[in-house]
Design a protein around this ligand. Structure first.
Ligand SMILES: *[C@@H]1O[C@H](CO)[C@@H](O)[C@H](O)[C@H]1NC(C)=O
Length: 218
């Protein structure tokens, strides 16, 4: 299974509401949606769009194609990753197998990214849900939800096992939406600490629901 998302640096510009800027083939539109609580982000060059909470800010140089985060809760954030165009031959998200299989790949990818070389670090992970949906664009998307807990010992070199106590470092929820278009695999990735989930969930689900992959105009 190929769920590797090479990092790409892509020019992205924040514009005021409803402005359209043409930069060669790249067109980014930010439009206010009704209610004003969300903004729409449309990348016609890379072929995807979503809405995000209006107050969130863009973080440049975070590695992903696009990265936004809550201005206050830094650990609540989202990004979009795209498989490399040259090596991508995806036809449908079903190329990843059924949702459960894709979820394993997503989890593996996260665990690889968060791999720690520190002594005494242990990760505990669970796929909480894996499902598919057909959005209003008629395309199939997968939604994957995982939890990862990281435990660390502050005294790993202790001789007595009872002194090597591990405590919870962080406990996070990762919400991922996968879609395929333009022969590429797109992943919308949202993350939040579990303790903030109940508060943030409504907004995060709206972002997930809005994610679309779109045909790039030749
Ligand atoms: C995004 O959130 C995660 C935790 O949920 C945090 O570890 C990471 O530093 C955040 N990234 C940025 C760029 O704010």
């Amino acid at each position: 299974m190929c769920t590797k998302f090479p990092r790409r640096n892509v020019l992205s510009t924040l514009l005021s509401a409803s402005t359209v800027l043409l930069l060669g083939p790249r067109q980014i539109t930010l439009a206010e949606t009704t209610g004003g609580a969300f903004r729409e982000y449309i990348d016609t060059f890379d072929g995807y769009s979503f809405i995000y909470p209006k107050g969130w800010i863009q973080v440049k140089g975070a590695g992903a194609d696009i990265f936004f985060r809550d201005p206050v809760l830094l650990d609540v954030n989202m990004s979009v990753d795209i498989s490399s165009p040259s090596s991508s031959t995806y036809k449908t998200v079903e190329d990843l197998g059924p949702p459960e299989k894709a979820a394993e790949g997503v989890l593996k990818q996260y665990l690889t990214e968060f791999m720690s070389t520190r002594l005494g670090v242990r990760r505990e992970s669970n796929v909480l849900s894996a499902s598919s949906k057909v959005a209003d664009d008629g395309k199939l998307y997968y939604e994957v939800e995982v939890n990862i807990k990281s435990y660390a010992s502050n005294n790993e070199l202790a001789v007595m096992p009872k002194d090597r106590v591990q405590s919870l470092e962080w406990d996070r929820r990762y919400l991922t939406v996968l879609g395929v278009e333009n022969n590429q695999l797109y992943a919308l990735r949202l993350q939040t600490p579990e303790r903030l989930l109940s508060e943030e969930e409504g907004d995060l689900r709206r972002v997930m629901d809005s994610f679309r992959v779109n045909k790039i105009q030749a």
